[in-house]
Design a protein around this ligand. Sequence first.
Ligand code: GLY
Ligand code: MN
Ligand code: MN
Length: 463
Amino acid sequence: MFPAETYIRRREELAQKVGSGIILFLGNDLSPINYDANTYPFRQDSSFLYYSGIREPANFLVMDLDEGETTLYGYEQSMDDIVWEGERAPLKVQAEMAGIPSVQDIEFGAGFLLSESMNDRTIHVLPAYQEKHLHFLSAFFSCDIKDLGAVYSHRLIEAVVAQRSKKEQQEIEEIKKAIYISDKMHREAIAFSKDGRKEQEIVAQMQRICGENGVGMAYGSIFTQRGEILHNNLHNGVLADGSLVLNDSGAESPFHYASDITRTFPVNGSFSDKQKDIYSIVLEAQNAVIDSIRPGIAYIDLHLKASEIIASGLTELGIMKGDPKEAVKEGAHALFFPHGLGHMLGLDVHDMEGLGEDFVGYADGQERSEQFGLNHLRLARELEEGFVLTVEPGIYFIPKLIDGWKSTGAWNDFINFELLEEYRDFGGIRLEDNVLVTADGAENLSEAIPKLPEEIEALIGTA
Ligand code: GLY
Ligand code: MN
Ligand code: MN
């Protein structure tokens, strides 16, 4: 974890922003797979981590802003726990490392929170997602789980989002560590690519690299020749000559910061002309966006910029027609680019998405578009120095979507459906990098990961 001063400062800033009441951060608990003692890999809640750095399960943190008291609630190990799990630092020591002055037993804490003395206090909580927390909050607020949305504290959400959005230098260093491991994963994946090799063998190589570095993956790898399936989590294909592989994989850092990187490459070592044409458009869109990133620019404008480059490129190839600007205005490009340009990155791969996408990616009063494609834009707001975000344009050929659009007859002014038939089995190309917004521009933190067609071609099959 970071030094105690980091967590003390973050909590002081938070207390100032929220002002009054009680802030309750629920740390995650272990979750059984098939019986109590066999649990899913444990991952602490990101906001709990941000304000305490504590990775142990079954804790919660209470900041009583009215009394100026901060307490860590948890449990001390029983002798049985020590015998089976080994000894861990006592609660008091964990609290000291996070600069938290007092500790209490978690059962006592739960009783205290559920007691009548809390009835007239304002309690600020973040949206919950673990089943256990949903039940606890339902009892605490005396409401159905489905109605909990109404009790989450907007004041707390906004304060947390404001803090977590602006990355400190030590957080940027963590993200760089995650990217460094991802760099190795992506190089290995490209080098191992060979006709006849199973997708899952290559995913296993990437998992090995994470394991050897003592970290986990930031999310389940998307490693597939069916790149047009945006979040395809199946790795059941066998690499075949002529196809493209889309590899969207990222490691966590030792302190649980994410990286989120996508590269697309041809199995057999060289891009066909058709593949290179589409790849070049995606690369051009991505470069143009990264070159334009600076504080004050709205990410939705960069999404539209990328969309226009994609529409222009596809028009040059004859797949789209008409005026590219007009096509983007009408949303025609979304047949090929149906997702958003990117999202915040930090302790979560879609950073803070659990707190509510609109709180994170949209400014006060900024409405989310309802247009297909644009409606999936997670980040639309003006950028600020210290944000870390992904830039991930793509072009996909989704047969069902193409058929659906064709059948309406409404898109004939913008889409050449006849030529499009030749791309039906193309798959998809996405390029994704992780970018820091600096005082006067941007730094591509993942620039070192091979991306130019010739760099990629030189690496394929070399393992
Ligand atoms: N890895 C998921 C995404 O790019 O958003
Ligand atoms: Mn992403
Ligand atoms: Mn990704």
